[in-house]
Design a protein around this ligand. Structure first.
Ligand code: OAD
Length: 247
């Protein structure tokens, strides 16, 4: 069984991490152009860092939920598996999804990278970050070239990392995907719809788990209109039971 799982903010909603466009989502009250673009960072890096530091803290205090755990279980049992997540949080990893079978296509909020050169560092611990802030008088600077450091995420108007695209493309090119799950994403980005529909191909199953309709819904072979934390444990247990009985 070859499996592809694509996740978005809805998968972490049940852990208390706001989505972007769902109910009470960030983009319902905040303007992405002021917080998540290279222009916003150039204009007001303090404001951008403040928002990302707040988000980092919220994620550190959150726990993976049953949807993250069910996906990790599927990863362990599927013959071949890839998780493509748009989430910059670390909840899939903390639920034990194998890192080598996961691509964070929009980056990692706990990475701080230089806005000019290729220097980057991981900042999972709050203490380390606070220490850096004190030393850098609030705005972190690159120890190598002196430019401002920025969060290691993809902003609007930026390219995806081509090495990460290659991982997804290679997985699709290696053979048919039997089962594709698209979970908790509004699927607004063309590449998400493209990967999901190509993975489905002629014969594969494409299961959308989302309380709301999305542009992907019409391509799905099964629609599950429930929150991921409720639906996924049940669906994945059913699949694993079926696979065990048929092998
Ligand atoms: P969105 O906030 O656009 O979509 C979240 C989806 O999850 C919606 O379709 C909700 O209906 C659904 N959902 C499922 N369960 C939910 C629950 N319990 N509570 C609330 N909503 C639930 O998030 P993404 O599709 O991940 O990118 O957004 C994609 C990208 O747009 C993000 O990675 C981010 C954002 O701007 C960048 O910042 C580049």
């Amino acid at each position: 069984m070859r499996v592809l799982v694509i996740t978005g903010a809805g998968v972490s909603a049940e852990s208390g991490i706001p989505t972007f466009r769902g109910k009470d989502g960030y983009w319902r009250n905040l303007d992405p152009a002021k917080l998540a673009t290279p222009e916003a960072f150039a204009k007001n890096p303090n404001l951008v860092w403040e928002w990302y530091r707040e988000r980092r803290q919220r994620i550190r205090n959150a726990q993976p939920n049953t949807a993250h755990q069910a996906i990790a279980k599927l990863a362990q049992h599927a013959h071949e598996f890839l998780l493509v997540t748009q989430n910059v949080d670390d909840l899939h990893t903390r639920a034990d999804s194998p890192k080598e079978k996961m691509v964070q296509i929009h980056g990692d909020i706990f990475v701080t990278r230089c806005s000019r050169c290729d220097f980057s560092r991981d900042e999972p611990e709050q203490e380390y970050e606070q220490e850096q802030e004190r030393r850098d008088a609030n705005l972190p600077r690159c120890p190598r070239c002196g430019a401002l450091m920025r969060p290691g995420v993809v902003w609007f108007g930026e390219q995806l990392d081509s090495r990460k695209i290659d991982i997804v493309e290679d997985y699709l090119a290696r053979g048919d995907v039997d089962l594709t799950f698209v979970v908790g994403t509004t699927a607004l980005f063309g590449y998400i719809v493209d990967w999901a529909t190509r993975a489905r191909g002629q014969n594969g199953e494409l299961v959308e788990v989302n309380p709301d309709e999305t542009p992907l819904s019409r391509f799905a072979t099964k629609l599950v209109r429930e929150p991921p934390a409720i639906a996924l444990p049940r669906l994945i247990n059913e699949i694993l039971r079926f696979v065990r009985h048929s092998t």
